[in-house]
Design a protein around this ligand. Structure first.
Ligand code: HEM
Ligand code: SF4
Length: 552
């Protein structure tokens, strides 16, 4: 975990005092709605369909057991007893009272948490791989770089009012688990031929109305230049990004309009001015930030556990869960466990206060008091001893965390949709539930294998439907809720955007449509192919024909 110093704590405490005063003035009628708007957005507060919505940052997804307990307490005291984990390593409260938000922020500050820059047209919470620092396939731990970006971007005066919100993701593993290519800036940590660490810089990805995959503007940026280069990119965006049209304001539109070459040229010219200036990272600075991350006291353990092997052989249900929800750890004798927040019938990413407290206890008992949040809206215990997997699994079952569906069809990414969001064209949570109900046979799910199914309630694409192997988008047809289905999206390092299958469907037809897509896959796949691979090989046509075939 990153541990705050006095400077971090003071910033957060002072912000609470400031926002309390702002809220009081607003409630007393001394601030107009339009005046309060930027102030509340700077503190993660939206006004939504039924109540305000408060978004709390979880920097690079790391959360301590104490923080989990505080989130639970807040859910109980100020909200309806649950929290929602979002697709950007944030937590959302859907029912706070405006007058209580300053109290909530004050409580968060006691555990080194806040809602600063979780909304508004600024640099948002920087996200990363939920397995950062423990992944077996990683070049270097990306979290210190995320933290360096956090410190640089928090309250950056020049970038407080950008044309639109700005999202940065960092990935350091072979497998991209952070949807890096669909961010405003994506950074891949890489090593060059001489072993020097640096970044591949990708700009202009994003979802929403105009979905685009980012383009590489620099193959290798030495790590010391990280901040000056980000400054240069942001400056070009701040200066040339469109402010006249909200829908054309993201950096992706600028990159597209200028073309990668001209955009890159502008960045390089800007960068030349500031390249070796004050923001150049020294090794001392990188070490300073790295030292703020406590390293768990790992024990020296053998690489494999006989006890675990026996348990896996004896208990097929445990084996199922192990295959699906447990990943390799870089430290010998340890594993990474993902708690599924997607049991059938629960809105994806929703967790009750009691569950959060249980997760906190399990993190204390089995994972050095820490957990992580994934962008697929699940919770991860990253440092579990192999010998502890069996008891942890049994406890996880008790608390509803052990659905063995990570990466499978029912591990659905889903936005809050029409149940909470004022912008929705259609509900999304009930669609997720209908699909989970229809496909609740675990053997079948395992047979289908890796499949990302993502749902958004409107084209803002908070549920990342464009990058789901199957994506579902809520649309409005003359006041009625319909669903457009897309296939072929992917969020990994070979990211692609889904293609629309054809005319949209009524709510009750969606599970059957999914079933037909799966039928095509199962009949056409080669043994090693995932759904997305088969789609890429055979194209959209067979899927289309199956789904729209006339009944006879
Ligand atoms: C209740 C209201 C809303 C909820 C609950 C919501 C929820 C979310 C969530 C959970 C995410 C993941 C990102 C994050 O945590 O920042 C997200 C992303 C996104 N949101 Fe929203 N959102 C809401 C309103 C909006 C609005 C007002 C817009 C734009 C007009 C919008 C556009 C987007 C887009 C475009 C993305 C992701 C795509 C990208 O990264 O480019 N959302 N939203
Ligand atoms: S995708 Fe649309 S409906 Fe869903 S949360 Fe985002 S803005 Fe709301």
């Amino acid at each position: 975990m990153y541990i705050y110093d006095q400077y971090d704590q003071t910033i957060v405490d002072e912000r609470v005092i400031q926002f309390r005063e702002q809220t009081q003035r607003y409630l007393a009628g001394e601030l107009a709605d339009a005046e309060f708007l930027p102030l509340r957005l700077q503190n993660g507060l939206y006004i939504q369909r039924f109540a305000p919505m408060l978004r709390v940052a979880i920097p690079y997804g790391m959360v301590s057991s104490n923080q989990l307990r505080k989130l639970a307490e807040i859910a109980r005291k100020y909200d309806k007893g649950y929290v929602h984990f979002s697709t950007r390593q944030n937590v959302q409260y859907n029912w706070p009272q405006l007058e209580q938000v300053p109290d909530i922020l004050a409580e968060l500050a006691t555990v080194q948490m806040h809602a600063i820059q979780t909304s508004g047209n600024c640099i948002r919470n920087t996200t990363t791989d939920q397995f950062a620092g423990v992944a077996a396939d990683e070049i270097v731990d990306p979290r210190p770089y995320c933290e360096i970006i956090r410190q640089w971007s928090t309250f950056h005066p020049e970038f407080a009012f950008l044309p639109r919100k700005f999202k940065i993701a960092v990935n350091a593993a072979k497998k991209d688990r952070a949807a890096t290519l669909v961010h405003d800036i994506g950074l891949y940590l890489v090593k060059n031929k001489t072993g020097e660490i640096g970044f591949k810089v990708i700009v202009g990805g994003g979802l929403g109305r105009t979905p685009l995959i980012g383009t590489v503007i620099r193959e290798f940026l030495p790590e010391k230049h990280l901040l000056s280069y980000l400054d240069a990119v942001l400056r070009v965006y701040n200066r040339y990004g469109r402010r006249d049209n909200k829908y054309k304001a993201r950096i992706k539109i600028l990159v597209k309009a200028l073309g990668t070459e001209l955009f890159t040229q502008k960045v390089e010219v800007e960068w030349e001015q500031i390249k070796d200036g004050a923001t150049t990272l020294t090794q001392e600075e990188i070490n300073r930030v790295t030292d703020h991350f406590s390293v768990p006291a790992y024990e020296a353990l053998p690489a494999t556990s006989d006890q675990l092997a026996q348990q896996l052989a004896d208990d097929p249900n445990f084996n199922h869960w192990y295959q699906q929800n447990v990943n390799a750890h870089k430290v010998s004798g340890y594993s990474i466990v993902t708690f599924s927040l997607k049991p059938t019938g629960v809105a994806p990413g929703d967790v009750t206060d009691k569950q959060l407290e249980a997760a906190a206890d399990l993190a204390d008992q089995y994972s050095f008091g820490e957990a992580r949040v994934s962008h697929q809206q699940n919770l991860v215990l990253a440092d579990v001893k192999q010998d502890d997997l069996y008891p942890l699994w049994q406890a996880a079952i008790q608390h509803g965390f052990a659905t063995p569906n990570i990466g499978l069809l029912t591990d659905i990414i889903c936005c809050p949709g029409g149940d909470f969001c004022a912008l929705a064209n259609a509900k999304s949570i009930p669609i997720a539930e209908a699909i989970q109900n229809r496909f609740d046979d675990l053997d079948y799910l395992h047979d289908i294998g890796e499949l990302d199914l993502n749902i958004s309630g409107c084209m803002n694409a908070c549920g990342h439907h464009h990058v789901g192997h199957i994506g579902i988008l809520g649309v409005d047809k003359k006041g009625e809720e319909f669903y457009q289905v897309q296939v072929g999206g992917n969020a990994g390092s070979d990211a692609s955007l889904g293609k629309i299958l054809g005319p949209s469907f009524a709510k009750e037809d969606v599970p059957e449509v999914i079933s037909k897509l799966l039928t095509v896959y199962v009949s056409q796949r080669t043994p090693e192919e995932r759904f997305i691979d088969t789609y890429r090989r055979i194209g959209i046509k067979p899927f289309k024909e199956q789904v729209y075939a006339k009944a006879h």
